[in-house]
Design a protein around this ligand. Structure first.
Ligand code: SF4
Length: 267
């Protein structure tokens, strides 16, 4: 969507470039705080394309915080399976219970919610409330460091939501850590300090790759969580170490010689 551009400042170039209809991500169609909380929790550490069907199914099944709060934690964890890092689901469930019991905290107390850190709190303010707050995840911080080294110059009134989304898209798709598209059409290339100085990669070096997934504890836990989601239980002696770590994290319970879904152990 082309907007009226009163000047060629990088903020206006960014807003002119951003087209919310170009990428119909379902969480962009809502300004509901709970939906934004769900999306942002799922998007932590999981790629956008993988999250889309999970988000749709989640919102169909638990469309409000009160619905999620009333859900069985074992069902919640089973629905999460495939997104990875299931502690996020546990914390999201706790947050829904908190909201259901107390209502939403004050704007400056959103981090009181279980699992909600500074970034997620700011995302709720920007993407649900359309407040003048820039949520800063790794991608946005990279764009700011490279293109706005003097700091974010401010958002034009009424463009708060679009500015936050545009920065996310630019960092995710163009100003990436490993392959920044400076000379391949980046809309913020004119006057970009890092590109002009040839210091793009020095400004924010690529993150280290994660260790191998095959054979890791993460994979072993994922196997156990998959069996719990599918069958409801798995023999504890299949992988006692992984099973114990899931129990310690509140992601599973023990009944006799079985690892069972959280909440199904009678505890
Ligand atoms: S020109 Fe390069 S460094 Fe500057 S914002 Fe674009 S991709 Fe990032």
């Amino acid at each position: 969507m082309l907007r009226c551009v009163p000047d060629a400042s990088p903020v206006h170039l960014l807003l002119q470039w951003f087209d919310p209809r170009a990428d119909l991500l379902p969480w962009r169609a809502t300004r509901d705080r709970y939906a934004v909380l769900v999306a942002e929790t799922q998007l932590q550490a999981t790629p956008v394309r993988r999250v889309v069907p999970y988000f749709r199914e989640w919102m169909r099944r638990w469309p409000a915080a009160s619905d999620l709060a009333a859900a069985d934690v074992g069902d919640v964890l089973a629905a999460w399976h495939g997104l990875g890092y299931p502690r996020r689901a546990r914390r999201l469930h706790e947050a829904a219970r908190w909201i259901s019991r107390h209502g939403w905290p004050d704007d400056d107390r959103l981090t009181d919610l279980p699992g909600v850190g500074r970034y997620t709190a700011d995302a709720i303010r920007c993407f649900a409330d359309e407040a003048d707050v820039i949520p800063r995840d790794t991608n946005v911080n990279r764009v700011l460091a490279r293109r706005f080294p003097g700091g974010w110059p401010g958002t034009p009134p009424g463009e708060e939501w679009a500015a936050g989304q545009a920065l996310m898209d630019l960092g995710r798709l163009w100003c990436t850590a490993r392959d920044p598209a400076c000379e391949r059409g980046c809309p913020l290339r004119p006057g970009c300090p890092a590109a002009d100085a040839g210091t793009v990669r020095e400004v924010t070096p690529p993150r280290r790759r994660q260790g191998r997934y095959e054979g890791s504890m993460r994979q072993r836990r994922g196997v156990m969580m998959g069996a719990l989601a599918r069958d409801g239980r798995i023999a504890l002696d299949r992988d006692p170490e992984a099973g114990r770590s899931l129990v310690d994290d509140g992601l599973a319970g023990v009944r006799g010689q079985w690892l069972v879904r959280a909440g199904a152990d009678g505890g």
